[in-house]
Design a binder for this molecule. Structure first.
Ligand SMILES: Cc1ncc(COP(=O)(O)O)c(C=O)c1O
Length: 373
């Protein structure tokens, strides 16, 4: 790459002076953990997504793991999840000894195909981890019906889906336990961090204990009622979370505008498909902007061409079951989930973040058009 080309990064957090002020306030207060910022962050978050309870945790993965632990998953249990996701969607129950069963995804939404989930259910199935991939809502209603019919726990991996709407309700409001994540490439960030939302008071109580080394309600610092973890968030990160939540509407609307701009710029280019558009029941919250290249296009060449123009990209997402540790541990091979595997070969994330400039998006579009010409 030539040295004089300005780089367009894949992602970038959106931090302002208000965030700095809130973090400084905590630093100056001397109360860095188990303090009031955490509770405030949880209250604000629960209100935003329309859930009665929220529990902040150290990461999205930690939140997913805690829900799997609360579900009582153990060795011999099977859990169905999406292969077209980030590895944490499966790791969260493998930690508890459960076995992953991957059901294929729908080619358009890239989310679990409920017919494939139904076909994967056995007498050992105990739970479904449904993912809202790239912020597009999963088909919660049929998945919920399946879970109810077969007595399964349904966990929503909404780590990419803060602000996503399904059938008129915000993800988190539907009554299903859901987990959100705040790594710096997410819609909002706390550096590292996550949030579990629930409609069940007992689940919230268990989450609060398990994230804090299994300490019991009202018990002392050195009294532990159950095997727990240190999955706490601290007040510094919670304060940043509060600052981010205060401007969430602005963030989501800037991201929506950037996505629309990309779709206009890229819509006419032959050889690529832009992300699935919203409809009345599905409103995406823009986490990443992922295009799908036509079959036969050499994605590696496109990536290299874009890199030469200073445009960062990422191969979102490899299929989880084909990761080396999954192949070794469970013997998964190509052909298990053909739709996911095909998408994994053809999808490409472009630079996308809240404050991306229109001019940079134009550069990305030009570079992509040239690479595909
Ligand atoms: C779909 C999905 N699940 C789980 C996670 C895990 O979140 P974290 O990185 O905060 O542990 C992420 C975030 O990377 C994600 O995108």
């Amino acid at each position: 790459m030539k040295a004089d080309i300005r780089k367009v990064p894949l992602s970038s957090p959106y931090i302002d002076e208000r965030d700095e002020e809130l973090v400084l306030e905590v630093l100056r207060s001397g109360r860095l953990s188990l303090g009031p910022a955490i509770e405030r962050f949880e209250e604000l978050f629960a209100e935003k997504v329309g859930a009665p309870y929220a529990a902040a945790v150290s990461s999205g993965t930690a939140g997913l793991h805690l829900l799997c632990s609360i579900a009582g998953l153990r060795e011999g249990d099977e859990v169905i999840t999406s292969p077209y996701s980030f590895v944490a969607s499966a790791n969260c129950f493998i930690y508890e000894g459960a076995t992953p069963v991957f059901a294929d995804v729908d080619e358009r939404s890239m989310n679990l195909d409920s017919a494939a989930v139904e076909a994967a259910i056995t007498e050992r199935t105990k739970a479904i981890v449904a993912v809202d991939i790239f912020g597009y809502p999963c088909e919660l209603e049929p998945l919920r019906a399946l879970a109810e019919r077969h007595g399964l726990v349904l966990i929503q991996d909404a780590c990419e889906a803060l602000g996503t709407e399904y059938k008129g309700g915000t993800v988190g409001s539907h009554g299903v336990d859901a987990v959100f994540a705040f790594y710096p490439n997410k819609q909002m960030t706390t550096g590292e961090g996550g949030m579990v939302t629930t409609h069940d008071e007992e689940t919230r109580r268990r989450l609060v204990s398990l994230r804090n080394q299994g300490r019991a309600d009202g018990g002392g610092w050195l009294e532990h009622a159950r095997l727990g973890y240190n999955y706490r968030i601290d007040d510094i990160r919670a304060a940043l979370g509060i600052g981010q939540l205060e401007k969430l509407e602005t963030i989501l609307s800037l991201r929506g505008a950037a996505a629309r701009r990309y779709s206009e710029l890229l819509g006419g280019i032959e050889g690529l498909e832009v992300p699935l558009a919203d409809d009345a029941d599905h409103v995406r919250s823009w986490f990443v902007y992922v295009v799908t290249l036509a079959r036969g296009i050499d994605r590696e060449r496109v990536i290299a061409d874009l890199e030469r123009q200073g445009v960062a990209t990422s191969r979102y997402l490899p299929s989880i079951h084909l990761q080396s540790y999954m192949r070794e541990r469970y013997g998964f091979r190509e052909g298990l989930c053909p739709v996911s595997e095909d998408l994994s070969q053809r999808t490409l994330a472009l630079p996308f973040f809240t404050a991306i400039e229109a001019e940079d998006q134009e550069r990305v579009a030009e570079a992509l058009a040239a690479a595909l010409a």
